[in-house]
Design a protein around this ligand. Structure first.
Ligand code: MG
Length: 173
């Protein structure tokens, strides 16, 4: 059961993802979560560093799509400056929205990676479709009340996966 939740990679932040290695693996499209993956949930817009990262993605030839369980307002406002497709109210880990994101990028399952901070939504959703999954450490400690309990369980699962050798400690560059 636990290994069904193990991401392929665990990194400290999006900036620690080795994009060249992903390319070598044949990944062309990235499905990216917003809240606590790119910015904290109270941060409404992307800062310079995030915008630069998306620029690097583009220059390296990656497609990208935002996939968020948050509201239209939140996601549209955040994505405005980045100009990539976005799916809001995604109901992750349901498969439907992941498939929609892949259609938006024109990528198949072997070419698509999911990047997110939550095991039960981002990682599990991606794994249900056999996508490559990258777990990042949450950007901020403060969370919605509803996320707090899931986060506790997730920390336990991550600890266990690391202990069993199914997962490496988060990588930094
Ligand atoms: Mg998140």
């Amino acid at each position: 059961m636990l290994e069904r939740l193990a991401p392929d990679e665990y990194v400290k932040s999006i900036f620690d993802i080795d994009l060249d290695v992903l390319k070598e693996k044949g990944i062309r499209g990235l499905i990216i979560d917003v809240d606590n993956t790119l910015v904290s949930w109270e941060t409404k817009t992307a800062d310079r560093r995030i915008l630069d990262w998306f620029f690097v993605l583009e220059t390296k030839g990656f497609r990208a799509c935002i996939l968020s369980n948050n509201t239209k307002d939140r996601v549209v406002k955040f994505t405005e400056q980045i100009r990539i497709p976005a799916v809001y109210r995604a109901a992750k880990p349901r498969k439907k929205a992941f498939l929609k994101a892949m259609r938006a990028m024109g990528t198949g399952d072997k070419e698509t990676a999911v990047i997110g901070d939550q095991i039960f939504t981002d990682v599990y959703g991606g794994k249900r479709l056999k996508l490559y999954t990258i777990l990042v450490m949450p950007v901020a400690e403060r969370e919605f009340f509803t996320t707090r309990f899931a986060r506790k369980v997730e920390r336990k699962i991550i600890k266990n996966l690391v202990k069993r050798g199914d997962l490496q400690e988060p990588r930094t560059r």
